[in-house]
Design a protein. Structure first.
Length: 203
């Protein structure tokens, strides 16, 4: 039996004993009343039974509220609310387009006196990227970078693979564009060829 049940039983026993003593005194006092003592034994017995029923009702009316009061003062059930972690939407990689439909801008960022961008355009055309434009970059660059517009990440990765550039050099086109890109011309994929590119080394 738990502590709470023991407390309830103790309080209930106390109330029962108190009400019982009060009702007993009431019965004895009533029986000594001259008008009651003159009644026949049968009527006096019925009178005692009626007082007993009243006493029982009084006991129940006092004990039940105690149970409810004690129960309400006890510990309440604890409802555990599980917090859902925020839903994270993973970035969905873009789907590569038909190479012939992807305009590619190749910028020579090594030496304007060498046809490095043209060499890269030839390599791309052999892989199906026939819509490529070779130009010179506005400035020279230390390493190659393949930039892409939104929705052309997969195409930029494919272009980098064709040109022999590592995937780490593929990145979204920032705003504003880097100094080497004077005018992107709306091309979704822009390659700034640096000295690390195979096209630059073979030129």
């Amino acid at each position: 039996m738990g502590l709470r049940e023991q407390r309830l039983n103790t309080v209930e026993s106390y109330w029962r004993l108190t009400v019982y003593k009060s009702c007993r005194c009431l019965v004895l006092t009533t029986l000594n009343v001259p008008s009651v003592s003159m009644l026949s034994p049968g009527l006096r017995g019925g009178f005692v039974v009626a007082l007993g029923l009243i006493a029982g009702f009084v006991v129940l009316s006092h004990v039940r509220p105690v149970h409810r009061a004690e129960a309400s003062s006890g510990p309440h059930p604890t409802t555990t609310v599980q917090r859902l972690s925020p839903i994270t939407t993973a970035a969905v990689a873009s789907v590569a387009h038909d190479p012939s439909s992807v305009p590619v801008l190749l910028l020579n960022g090594v030496n304007v006196n060498k046809p490095i961008a043209g060499s890269g355009a030839t390599t791309l055309a052999a892989a199906g990227y026939t819509n490529s434009t070779p130009k010179d970059a506005a400035t020279t660059v230390p390493t190659s970078t393949v930039y892409f517009q939104s929705g052309y990440e997969a195409d930029a990765a494919a272009v980098a693979a064709v040109l022999g550039l590592p995937a780490g050099e593929v990145q979204p086109l920032p705003s504003p564009p880097p100094p080497a890109i004077a005018n992107a011309g709306g091309a979704p994929v822009i390659v700034v060829v640096g000295p690390d590119a195979p096209a630059a080394q073979g030129a």
